[in-house]
Ligand binder design. Structure first.
Ligand code: GLN
Length: 485
């Protein structure tokens, strides 16, 4: 197999046995980036200089026998996580030239493991979107079919893994932004429990929903990266002080005695037949591994999740994005004599149409007189949805659903219809509303286009998810297929 399609654990073995150095490996990945980037456009910044410096340091660690499993392995970071000295654009004109003076906690943790950063990934502006078409910089293509979207908002993160530009990447997920692109690009993407991974240094979109997680080539790699990034951080008060287990310990293939529920509401109207079929076939496989399946689970309030999400997320976004006023940092409109005009013009030119739409939605939902009718009501719905999941998890260890109602769609197909675009996350956003962990893993193809399956568990039960997903990957080959690029 090509070097640029190996997993973390495979690559680590090569490094450890001195079959390749991190410098050689990094050069191979930078070469691959040069080859495919003109077609895929996954990266906003290619950090070759930094990568080669980190690789040199990694080779020293490897020689000294001081290496972790991630040491010397090339990876990509979504461009909404602060990287000291490297632009962090959020794919927005507003932050196009923003160079953070500090690292996000996840970045710091990975640096401590001796990783090699080869680039920063394109995304929908401020993580608002499902296709990367909302990037103010450029659109990323799906490596499986360049005329289609890679999903979003972490489209660049997922496409870069799929196209062999890095071994793994980090994404962020507010309503599906790790899982949906992972499904669209046929890679493995985990959204951890809210509070499992520090959000310090992640540019905020909707703070009660945002969570950082890994996008990888298989489940073992997901466990390895989660081991490195999870844990309490005193700089993020929503990170939970709960011990971090070794997530690789649960990967033992045996699902005997496990109870899995299939909520029927997730096979939504309008779902493509091939997607539903592939998911059902995949569930049959899980059953063969020893789990008992209940096909008749009902979570009736799921149907209100989309509406609640599109009140709560824009409300929080409207507050979080108030900081971009042209004074503190980022783009600043200068050609004016009045402070108010400067602020107005800064936001007019700095933000793209989807970001403005969310700010308007959120400001409206939070304004006096409308707050009770919209925001407060959405929060009540949120509580009901969470309780419904709590009840389900009294009976089931995990729930399984499709990741997305469709296979990757054509670039341009939904961009003028925000509602159609919002529907792309109908299966993933209830999970954020409830703060749960969930993974998307490759589960099939329709006409050569990837289909993802989602596995959900109760808060802090990442091990249940990883165990189930890993067992599935032991007996299936979907995750081993690579795009022909
Ligand atoms: N597509 C959803 C949105 O636009 C989710 C995005 C995300 O998870 N960051 O809000």
């Amino acid at each position: 197999m090509e070097i640029n399609q190996l997993t973390i654990h495979q690559t680590h073995d090569l490094l450890k046995n001195r079959q390749i150095s991190s410098t050689e490996l990094t050069r191979a990945y930078l070469e691959r980036i040069r080859q495919v980037e003109p077609d895929v456009h996954a990266l906003v910044t290619i950090t070759d200089e930094l990568a080669l410096k980190q690789a040199e340091r990694a080779d020293e660690l490897l020689a000294a026998g001081d290496a972790s499993l991630l040491t010397g392995i090339p990876m990509v970071i979504k461009d909404n996580m602060c990287t000291q000295g490297i632009t962090t654009t959020c794919s927005s004109r507003m932050l196009e030239n923003f160079v953070p003076p500090y690292n996000a906690t996840v970045v710091e943790k990975l640096y401590d493991c001796g990783v090699v950063v080869v680039g920063k990934a394109n995304m929908d502006e401020f993580a608002m979107g499902s296709s990367t078409e909302n990037s103010a910089l450029f659109t990323t293509s799906n490596p499986w079919d360049l005329s289609r979207v890679p999903g979003g908002s972490s489209g660049g993160s997922a496409a870069s893994v799929s196209a062999g530009e890095c071994v793994y990447s980090l994404g962020s997920d507010t309503g599906g932004s790790i899982r949906q692109p992972a499904g669209f690009c046929s890679v493995t993407g985990l959204k951890p429990t809210y509070g499992r991974v520090s959000r310090y240094g992640l540019v905020a979109f909707a703070s009660s929903l945002d969570q950082i997680g890994p996008i990888t080539r298989d489940v073992t790699d997901c466990a390895l990266v989660l081991n490195a990034i999870a844990g309490h951080d005193r700089r993020d008060s929503t990170s939970v002080p709960q011990p971090v287990p070794d997530y690789t310990q649960c990967l033992n293939g045996d699902l005997t005695g496990m109870k899995i529920g299939i909520p029927k509401e997730y096979f939504v109207e309008g779902m493509q037949g091939e997607v539903a079929k592939a998911t059902r076939n995949a569930i049959d496989q899980i059953e063969k591994l020893g789990a008992s399946i209940d096909w008749e689970v009902s979570l009736p309030h799921t149907r209100y999740a989309l509406a609640a999400y599109y009140i709560i997320a824009p409300s929080e976004a409207s507050a979080n994005l108030a900081r971009y006023d042209g004074v503190k940092y980022g783009f600043s409109y200068q050609d004016t004599t009045s402070m108010w005009e400067a602020m107005e013009k800064t936001r007019q030119y700095g933000f793209g149409p989807e970001v403005k739409r969310r700010i308007m939605l959120g400001t409206y939902a939070l304004s006096a007189g409308y707050y009770d009718a919209w925001y407060l009501k959405a929060q009540k719905v949120r509580t009901i949805i969470r309780r419904e999941f709590d009840e389900a998890f009294e009976k089931y260890d995990a729930l399984v659903t499709p990741t997305s109602p469709t296979v990757p769609f054509k670039i341009g197909e939904k961009v003028d219809d925000p509602f159609q675009m919002y529907l792309s996350d109908v299966c993933t956003l209830p999970i954020n509303i409830a703060g749960l962990p969930a993974i998307s893993i490759p589960a099939g193809f329709a006409n050569g286009l990837p289909i993802g399956m989602q596995i959900i568990a109760k808060p802090f039960a990442e091990e249940t998810i990883l165990k189930t997903a890993h067992a599935f990957q032991q007996v299936t080959e979907w995750h081993k297929r690579k795009p022909d690029i």
